[in-house]
Design a protein. Structure first.
Length: 118
């Protein structure tokens, strides 16, 4: 039987000295380095509103991202495809990259790593 112990810094397998170092919980990069991918999680913060969204695609000719937004994550995650159209916004990638600090935060999964663009 295998004994598995988990700590915050490493994962022990069996009782030997073998350790697997997990990837960092989160890394960050500046928004200016962001390259969009389908499914990236986007948080937009306005003066009195926060919206959560997912990247549906990038129109290469216009340089605009199609992002489906909703006010609460639970509403975003339970949305059916027919509702995407009325909740989808087109935002220029340049607008996102040059936005004021705190306006956008984007989470992207690359392999086992989570990268936040802020």
């Amino acid at each position: 039987m295998t004994d598995i112990g988990i700590s915050m810094t490493s994962i022990n397998i069996n009782s030997s000295d073998q350790k697997i170092n997990p990837p960092p919980l989160a890394q960050y990069k500046p928004l200016s380095e962001y390259l969009p991918e389908y499914g990236d999680y986007v948080i937009w913060s306005g003066l009195f509103t926060v919206k959560h969204g997912f990247v549906l695609g990038l129109d290469v000719t216009s340089g605009k991202l199609n992002i489906v937004f909703e006010n609460l994550p639970v509403l975003l995650l339970t949305m059916i495809e027919e509702e995407y159209g009325s909740n989808t916004k087109q935002i220029s990638l340049g607008t996102i990259k040059k936005s004021r600090n705190g306006t956008y935060a984007i989470q992207q999964k690359i392999g086992n790593s989570t990268i936040w663009y802020i």
